[in-house]
Design a binder for this molecule. Structure first.
Ligand code: KIV
Ligand code: ZN
Length: 509
């Protein structure tokens, strides 16, 4: 029997804490349910002590997710562990994940602690966490740059204190595969009580080696891997879930390990994350990129037509990539509508379906064909959106070669209707300037991208803006057949999200 590899997903913690990927609670809940469908073994839902908003989101996920483990991250302090336990205690299978740095660089410059103090903090934290649950994971942050014997000493102390999973992170993505394999082997053979715990690896992708290092870790005895969907995470990201899982799947002849992942849910998970965050997957991304199964060169196309295995090492259907897109229209029934949403990763309540079905019918009256992207826009605009502080009521823009671009905007601002006109160097600049003036907000636009949801001139324009305000970053999204209106909607959506983040004190420690 192949050895089982435990898949620990940290998309909602390590992934979500990277700039631009912050999600609101409703979005996190949808993604958490999708990760449950994907059948990850452990879902790290967040860092509860980071902010009240994080605490609440982890608590709600822990209450909702029933079939897999839910972990909460904590430093080694009692306050952090209390917060983690407070947030996850209603989970069916809760796990406290506590960590402290073990490298000389981190201990000296960040923690200002010596080795003995780090061992004491580790033991105290694990023992304290054990009072709440048997399922305790300990991580040695910056493990790959730490003194090997010291890491083994800390790990052994953590295991004797009760840790059931021991995690070795390559926090700064510094390791290379042979060296990391050797380090994991060293830990396996020099930690006296390692047999009483599962050894885990957690790799970052700063040198593009996260997946290779993770596979090297498995080869040397790690039986848990910490990964994220689409490889999102701090800086260059974490090990990508889909790469590790599909490497084990496609190369099972060479890598005799099994996971419980439902591979058909890989693409829906990747797509849902991109949709929620508004950050697209790079086209050449392994497994889930738009080009991952596309064959452009004539010789390749010819080969694939003759026999797929000439250039394809896995079937697109294995990761849930459907060959045929389902097109819906005004004759589609409620049942088909609900099923389609479920396939796209949205398992919604009856009242949400009722609301969306009505909006779907309105859209279907105007357009002959409704595709998946249109349905996702409906979900984003009607279900996932944060409560609106600002609403767009009316927009009129004039621009051209011989006129100063001018925008006239009517908005509802905290319940009151207001109207103003303003100028800019282009129609979008004029619109954004006027909205900023009316709302009295001072955000910085970091990025602006425009895309079309489908082909054809009647396609919806989809605008994503990345914004910063009051030290927080967020994304705003807007869709409309008119790209200036789509831009205004995206900007206002970003302002609403910033206002919501501020109100819920999401700003992190
Ligand atoms: O990269 C890292 O070291 C971490 C730990 C908290 C596990 O994310
Ligand atoms: Zn990390």
């Amino acid at each position: 029997m192949a050895d089982k590899i435990i898949i620990f997903d940290t998309t909602l913690r390590d992934g979500e804490q990277s700039p631009g990927y912050s999600m609101n609670t409703a979005e996190k809940m949808h993604l958490a349910s999708q990760l449950e469908r994907l059948k990850v073994d452990v879902l790290e839902a967040g860092f509860p002590s980071a902010s009240q908003g994080d605490f609440e989101a982890v608590r709600m996920i822990a209450k909702k997710i029933r079939s897999i483990q839910v972990a909460g991250l904590a430093r080694t302090s009692k306050e952090d562990i209390d917060a983690a336990w407070g947030a996850i205690k209603e989970a069916e299978y809760p796990r406290i994940h506590t960590f402290i740095a073990t490298s000389d660089i981190h201990m000296k410059h960040k923690l200002k602690m010596d080795r003995d103090q780090v061992i004491t903090a580790t033991v105290d934290a694990v023992k304290y966490a054990k009072q709440f649950t048997d399922n305790v994971e300990f991580s040695a942050e910056d493990g790959s740059r730490s003194d090997r014997d010291f890491v083994c000493k800390v790990f052994d102390a953590a295991i004797l204190a009760g840790a059931t999973t021991i995690n070795l992170p390559d926090t700064v993505g510094y390791a290379v595969p042979d060296e990391f394999a050797d380090l994991v082997s060293y830990v396996m053979s020099h930690t006296p009580n390692i047999g009483r715990a599962i050894l885990s690896v957690h790799c970052h992708n700063d040198l593009g080696l996260a997946t290779a290092n993770t596979l090297a870790g498995i080869h040397s005895g790690a039986r848990q891997v910490e990964v994220t969907v689409n490889g999102i995470g701090e800086r260059a990201g974490n090990t990508s879930l889909e790469e590790v899982v599909m490497a084990l799947h496609a190369r099972r002849n060479y890598l005799p390990y099994a996971t419980t992942i439902d591979t058909k849910e890989i693409y829906p998970s990747s797509h849902l994350l991109a949709m929620i965050t508004g950050i697209p997957v790079q086209p050449n991304k392994a497994i889930v990129g738009a080009n991952a199964f596309a064959h452009e060169a004539g010789i390749h196309q010819d080969g694939v037509l003759k026999n797929k295995t000439t250039y394809e090492i896995m079937e697109p259907a294995t990761i849930g990539l459907e060959a045929n897109r389902l097109i819906m229209g005004k004759h589609s029934g409620r049942h088909a509508f609900r099923d389609r949403l479920k396939t796209l990763g949205y398992d919604l309540s009856k009242s949400d379906i009722d609301l969306l079905f009505q909006k779907f019918k309105e859209l279907a009256d105007k357009r002959k064909e409704i595709v998946d992207e249109d349905l996702e826009v409906l979900v984003a605009e009607e279900i996932l959106r944060v409560p609106d502080t600002y609403k767009l009521k009316y927009l009129n823009v004039t621009s051209g070669t011989a006129t100063v671009p001018t925008a006239t905007v009517q908005m509802e601002i905290e319940g009151k209707e207001e109207q103003k006109a303003g100028f800019g160097i282009g129609p979008i600049d004029a619109t954004f300037n006027t909205i900023a003036k009316m709302t009295g907000t001072q955000s910085k636009l970091l990025n602006f991208s425009i895309d079309s949801l489908t082909g054809g001139t009647d396609a919806q324009g989809s605008v994503t803006v990345q914004m910063e305000g009051g030290g927080v970053q967020t994304l705003g999204k807007g869709n409309d057949p008119d790209i200036i209106v789509a831009s205004a909607k995206a900007f206002i959506n970003g302002l609403n999200r910033l206002a919501h983040l501020k109100k819920n004190s999401f700003s992190r420690k």
